[in-house]
Design a binder for this molecule. Sequence first.
Ligand code: SF4
Ligand code: SF4
Length: 304
Amino acid sequence: MSTAPKQLVIISGKGGTGKTSLAAAIAHLAAGELPIVIADADVDAANLDLVLHPTRLESHPFSNGLVAEIDEEKCISCGLCEEACRFDAILVPDRTGDPYGIDEVACDGCAACVYHCPVEAITMREPQVGEWYLSETPYGPLYHAHLFAGADNSGKLVTLVKQQAKLRAMDDGRPLVVVDGPPGIGCPVISAASGADLALIVVEPTLSGAHDLARVLELTDHFGVPALVAINKGDLSEQQSAAIEAFCRERGVALSVRIPYDTLVTEAMVAGQPITAWAESPAAQAIRALWATIKARLGLQGKE
Ligand code: SF4
Ligand code: SF4
């Protein structure tokens, strides 16, 4: 019987903390020791592929919810659907001569119009609102996705990407799924973090850093996900780093080593490489120590 893989999710209270660079570096280090699967759960702004250079193997449509659709050939312009719709989603003909139509953004999918139409001109359909992909990277299979502009419920797409990654890990006997989560504390982050064995929370030493961290910790606590905190560019503010460390001690949250500011990280990003594959720099060394901590926390066996 296949065993469930460990799931590491990398999240942050806001964007721009270096979360994705760190996720790419952890994926690189992890893949050097054990077979992994990678999931980019930041479906609103996926960018892990900029560093992992995936080769796309599969694309799949992602549909969500229902919207009404009017068959112009059948419609007799009676207007009953407009009266039935509580969401103002029926587009009424005007002087332009357009027929009755549906405002897909406003449509709630309630189907009331379907039942009121006397000539069965309205049907419900599942619109495609995004795509999800399987790609191959030098570090293992990558599951990622793209939600079309204006589409909502990215949490559902995040769940789908994670499920696919987990199933692949189970099928192949890969012991770890590395999930690059979305920033913030909204629905997609909840989907990314739920069921994880460990959340690595990336924070920068800024005034808002401790505040952002507190919000994310409320979320991980709520879902019972153990957390580990990494202060990225920790040496940029000794005062703020110390404040975050004190906060972590108070909350009883494990703190990893600080990752120092390192110009080679930017150089590696420009070159499209994880920093740990690019140079043995101070940041790379700190991330190696972080990976050793993660491995121990997850009880994973890898090379020492
Ligand atoms: S499905 Fe409901 S919300 Fe959508 S157009 Fe029909 S009545 Fe309006
Ligand atoms: S209820 Fe049916 S026939 Fe009447 S306007 Fe709407 S779509 Fe056309």
